[in-house]
Write a protein of this length. Structure first.
Length: 363
């Protein structure tokens, strides 16, 4: 390889700054990342202050950021990044209630995603997170930095518009099912806060998230919502006045019990990349509710949910895919749009209006 070719190859790699106060974790993360040909670790930092200095010095493409740091903590570092020079940040968090809460705050403040560190992490655990870490670093590198600031801090783009009217509905809405992945938590927070206390249908939120985080996520959403938000449990009655967050590590489907619809959690179908799978939840919603449902697919990498949304539309449901204008990652909703799964493709700020108009129809 020539010097020119080597330089071009180096420039094409994803440049990562690793921030963690544990020397063992810094070295472990660096080794995992540098095992990939397309990633290089350009610097490491052991504190918030070192991280802030390193960002200015090496200008990384992606930062992996520990939640707990001496001095300026992970949230403080993230706030400075988003205020001065937004760039993709992956939070590394242990599976504790406190760290989960802090990580969810970070996601609301602009972090792209989270990678869970097993409690009592040792070298034996490396394969458990290496694949996930590499995939999420690659995804983060493709994020538009302008989409990372919290929504209320972004420069005004297109004005909020009156949403177009949904198609004529066949009956009252009995279910709203929303799926999201990368960039989803702040989008779901906005969407949940827009739903009024008299919203006529129960709501299911399916967010890709590490095992152990969805209960805390539901608790945070409950603070913003007029409706009661809880993590879904097997056998929960799916009734109006409630918002259910699908539990990480389990698929979620709908089942009829007498004259009621209940939520069923399980491990089948097996072999899918995500659990819960948005495709599984939306496919089940298509069977259970037909044209009396609304399906919404928000930001996220890959294609989970696209075929489930298509099944909902084919069953007569009203379906919405988030547009490229507002999605942090226009992956899942893009595939849905290409499949013809969406009745409307709309920016996030327009989606509450679309939901409200369909919900008011034929009440």
């Amino acid at each position: 390889m020539s010097v020119a070719d080597d330089t071009a190859s180096t420039r094409s790699r994803i440049r990562v700054l690793v921030v963690d106060d544990s020397p063992f974790m810094r070295k472990a993360i660096q080794r995992m990342l540098e095992a990939a040909d397309d990633i290089e670790v350009v610097a490491t930092a052991a504190s918030g202050e070192e991280a802030i200095e390193a960002i200015a010095r090496v200008q990384p493409d992606v930062v992996t950021l520990d939640v707990v740091l001496p001095g300026v903590d992970g949230i403080g570092v993230l706030e400075r990044i988003m205020r001065s020079h937004p760039l993709p940040v992956l939070m590394l968090s242990s599976l504790t209630t406190h760290d989960a809460e802090t990580t969810l705050v970070a996601l609301e403040k602009g972090a792209v995603d989270v990678v869970a560190k097993p409690v009592g992490y040792t070298h034996m655990d490396m394969p458990l997170i290496a694949e996930e870490l590499l995939a999420k670093v690659r995804t983060a590198a493709g994020v538009n930095p302008l989409m990372l600031r919290p929504r209320h801090e972004r420069s005004a783009g297109a004005p909020v518009r009156d949403a177009p009217a949904p198609p004529t509905a066949a009956g009252p809405v009995e279910a709203l099912v929303v799926g999201a992945s990368t960039g989803g938590p702040p989008a779901l927070s906005m969407l949940v806060s827009s739903l009024p206390a008299d919203f006529p249908a129960p709501v299911l939120l399916v967010q890709h998230m590490p095992v152990g985080f969805t209960a805390t996520f539901a608790e945070r959403l409950d603070k913003y919502a007029a409706l009661r938000v809880t993590e879904a449990a097997d056998g929960d009655i799916f009734a109006p006045g409630r918002i259910f967050v699908a539990r990480s590590g389990k698929h979620i489907q709908f089942a009829r019990r007498g004259d009621r619809i209940v939520l069923k959690l399980g491990l089948t179908p097996a072999g899918l990349t995500h659990m819960p799978s948005i495709d599984v939840a939306m496919g089940s919603a298509a069977d259970a509710f037909g044209n009396r449902a609304i399906g919404v697919l928000l930001t996220g990498m890959g294609d989970d949910g696209a075929r489930g949304l298509l099944r909902m539309r084919e069953s007569g449901a009203y379906t919405i895919a988030e547009s490229e204008a507002s999605a942090v990652i226009w992956g899942m909703p893009r595939v849905a749009a290409e499949l013809g799964a969406a009745s409307h493709v709309a920016a996030l700020q327009d989606i509450p209006g679309l939901i409200a108009r369909r919900a008011r129809a034929n009440r």
